[in-house]
Design a protein around this ligand. Sequence first.
Ligand code: AMP
Length: 453
Amino acid sequence: MARSKHPDHETPQKAARLNSEDSFGGLGIGPILVNRLSSQGMERPRAVQAQVIPAVLEGRDVLSLAETGSGKTAAFLAPVLQKILADRPAKGQTLSPAARLRGLVICPTRELADQTGALAEQLARGTVLRTAVAVGTVAITPQRRALASGVDLLVGTPGRLNELIADGALQTDAVQSIVLDEADRMFDMGFAPQIERILSQLPGNRQMLLFTATMPKDVLQLANHHLRGAVRIETHPHTTAATHVTQHAVLVEQDSRIDLLLHLIREGGARRMLIFCRTRRRTGWVASALSRHGLKTGQLHGDRSQAQRRRALDRFASGEIDVLVATDVGSRGLHIKGVPTVVNYDLPGSAEDLVHRAGRASHGTRKKGDAWTLLGPKDLDRWYELAPQAGVAADPERIPGFSPSEDTKRPRGSLPNRHETRHRPGPGRRKRASRPIPKDQKPGRGVRRPKAD
Ligand code: AMP
């Protein structure tokens, strides 16, 4: 057998695993990182990894249409870390902290940045590389301190990265690889000027990796403007629904939606559930309503502090709470393993969001998941547009054993519907809308600000 090219191969089998075409080693990742990937359950490269890794190691710019769940995070982290490792200064030499930062990853949300930073840290463990995360709404001083002491790869959100650049804590002169993750999402969130500002600070010869689930006009413009001779990698059509998830659509009036959720949880065996709502306010209502029915709930939306969001995620991941209610802030890139049921309390705004939200069901497991989309009569036209785009069978179904007219019989005021009417337009509702919400039913700071998230 040919001698392996990695020094730490102990057995021919291991050498074969590390060097074969369908191994990370075979793609050019060195043994240290191959082992770190393996410690994260990543033994064999996924399609996106098999294509992105060699291109990044060759120094090419990359435009990758990859949906969340495809394995895109390791697809960029592994080769970027590998390049930094390969370029590390010789023993005895040290780089100044400013010259050390060679990888920069920009993510749209704090959650995604935290998760990406956590994987980066795992992969860099046991190496000389240092990674850090810089996101908003948490103290900036520790981030400044980390940068001052030297970081090789930084993951952050656009606002905080700009703040750190503005005050001189973040110096980008040595950055060799910049990753824009979920670029379409960043544009949706209005980050275009901040991204442009960061890009304008980078050296001219940097490598750029752009990951996006969809290709709207503004992302295409960014790609045309900033990518040079990029390899375009499209592993999955972005609107392909996850195959392990069965999608259901149910026709149900607003007034009966909480009953339907309770029915799914109590009769349908959906013990753990991730529910998506369109607005922060509704997220609060739904969580409060379910709490009043004895369920342990958490909320995830843009009006919650970073600490509250993290706590809700941790408690949901550990099984301490049964139901997590979220706006779309939570739909992409979140890895909460083993949540079998996702519910779209409101119809998502696009086919992509429908796919992303449903993709959270049984994410990271081999088990089957279910995604339920609740539709009012007014949603039907839109649903018949979105469902085919997302590859979902469109006809709404009935849920065995659930009859709204029966299930909605309940003591007056036991459900949050009177609060839900607060946001509905219509002259008849106005007076009610000014009624204060009882203290114990206030869903959080989002109540008074009817911003979509
Ligand atoms: P991502 O698309 O990066 O959000 O990754 C989705 C999930 O896939 C994460 O839970 C990863 O741990 C997992 N994953 C990524 N790459 C691999 C791989 N090569 N083998 C097994 N699991 C993987």
